[in-house]
Design a protein around this ligand. Sequence first.
Ligand SMILES: Cc1ncc(COP(=O)(O)O)c(C=O)c1O
Length: 220
Amino acid sequence: MASSEGIERFIRPDLIAFGGYSARKSPETLEGKVEVPVENIIKLDANENPYGCSPRVSQALAAYPDLNIYPDDGQTRLRKLLERCSGVDAKHIVAGSGSNQLIDLVLRLFISKGDEVINCVPTFGIYRFSTELCGGTLVEVPRDENFAVNVSAIKAAISKKTKMIILANPNNPTGTITPQQDILEIVDTRLPVLVDEAYYEFSGQTVVPLVSQYRNLMVL
Ligand SMILES: Cc1ncc(COP(=O)(O)O)c(C=O)c1O
């Protein structure tokens, strides 16, 4: 068998020290560290559904006849159905296998080496991972003492290299909601703005209806 010794020299130099990303911390890892017994811990940090998958989804997947062929890459039927439930024209919709994939694709579209992405910390870890994977730099703008987004600090952080502003709303892990007025002020910068509404069901607030109005606004 050929030796794999020295294979590291073929890895992209900017990724040698890359930490990676781990989505999953199981409740068991918290055993003894928190006062709640493991069986009572409900995991909310990875946007997972504590109730399990809908039985109708399981049935539909089990009965699906075409798993052996590629699906329609234009996602025509799905986007039409999503149009109905979101109220947004299908031409503004793209479906991904989870929002992590869409975050990755959006960043790959806009970010190359040396570009900057503004991120309001503390927030979800994948934004750093995907930005750095593209060779970009994450510019951290701290939230205030109540974890509210600091719009003037965001504007002050914009440089010639800024290519995107990312905002999780509600935010993970703080649960903070950014008012629509603040989001609009950020959108007014005319930079690409990615609003991640993975936790929308907890707030019921969304800027989805605004996507047809603002070409620089993307909502997950
Ligand atoms: C804020 C936020 N966005 C996106 C994701 C990823 O979601 P998905 O499972 O749809 O890829 C998560 C998961 O933890 C999240 O917390």
